[in-house]
Ligand binder design. Sequence first.
Ligand SMILES: [Zn+2]
Ligand SMILES: [Zn+2]
Length: 480
Amino acid sequence: METHPVPEVEEAKKGRTKPKKEIDSLDKIEAEGVEELQEKLKGMKISKKLKKKLLKEEAERQKILAYDPAFHCLKCKEKEGIIINRGDRSCESCFKQGCIHRFKTNLRNSLKIWKDNSNLICVSGGPNSMAMLHLMHVSLFGESQRKMFFKVHIVHIDDGVVYGWDEEKRNTNIQLFKDACEKYKFEYTILSLESVFDVEKLNPNTKEFTPPIEDSKEYVNHHYQSTEENAEKLRELLKYPSELCSSREDLIFNLKKWLLLDFALKFGFKKLLLGCTAVKVTSKVMSEIAKGRGLSLPNDVCFVDDRYLEDIKFMNPMRDYLLNEIQQYNKFNEVSVIERTSISLNNSKKAKKLPGFGSMNLLCEEFINELQVSNVQTVHTVLRTSNKLKLGIVEDESKNYCVLCYGLVDHATNILEVGSHIKSVSLEGELDLMESENDTWNTEFEQHLCFGCKRIMENAVDKERLIDSLPTFIKENAGL
Ligand SMILES: [Zn+2]
Ligand SMILES: [Zn+2]
């Protein structure tokens, strides 16, 4: 097993670790073990405080000498290391402390969340976000000396319609979420995904939105139910995107984002915290590029995504947590989660035969997971590389946002990007490219979309009907 050299152990093997100056004269006491030292100290004139210090140092030295990297926890060097994380062993309490410490550091240093901010914690109920909820609870109300002081509000989107859950299953899951919030003493709001059809105005380009509801506390511990009519609209909409290349998942993800933005704008929240973890971020790096969404990638995978109107930011405090860390953390803290399977697992038989069930997101996730098994540094290497990504090319003035995903709208500048729209190539090397504005690639609506979203439209089962069944505000933003 790969282990790091531990400086204290090396030093302890050579002799006593360097004592502080004040006890220089006592350093000559040769003793093996706490008991022997105690015996020797008995006859000496020495202050209680110093005696205690010397004994503590000796105990520490013995502990380090007895430390076995193949058995003990690397941090406390005392308890049995039951978790192996990136090649190092850790005991339960050191592991938990490490997770909490990292979370707080991320909030402070990367997210700049200190105190008095009102933050919206978006909880889907899955393992990642439920772990985040627990971490948030410990950071705010835990017994640690370095407590944090800021306000949080929890929001959950009930997406039962997407999974075809019946009333009972939906209620069970909502209850699970409510119980967790009550246990952790957090206020919450539950939204239904289908209420995205009720969003009145939200335009990333003209920056218009439904005016905020001032001084209203109606959202506290409230469940905004939507109508059956809206639920039917959502079911209808989800019939039309292709099963392949994650079109449907991406569409649902974006609808959730619009709904959250609308909620944040209405009730004045500026920071929205998501439970996106390391594997999700790394596989996103791969899949977004594959889907032609590379231009918005730096925003999508960073700690703080600040492209939204009214200075609203989406944040990922869990960005560097590994899959097995989340699993262990939830197990140790008995965190209960809402079970969901990927939407792509409900795909047709034909799609299921394809790698990753025909889903680009799943395919990339599987790829990363497999690499991670053989090389524990994979995820962190991709993460570190993604930190270096910068938004380029698009100048500020000309920034145009996609009405479907809030990504940057880019213009195809070379043949490779145009891709599927080469109609024919002759032997003389003449290309017959798409020509006019009214090409299928460039309908009135699609001119307001980014490259990735254009592909969703292009691959749709029925493009016209897909556009037709989108929420009204999206159609209006595209001038329809
Ligand atoms: Zn330990
Ligand atoms: Zn888009």
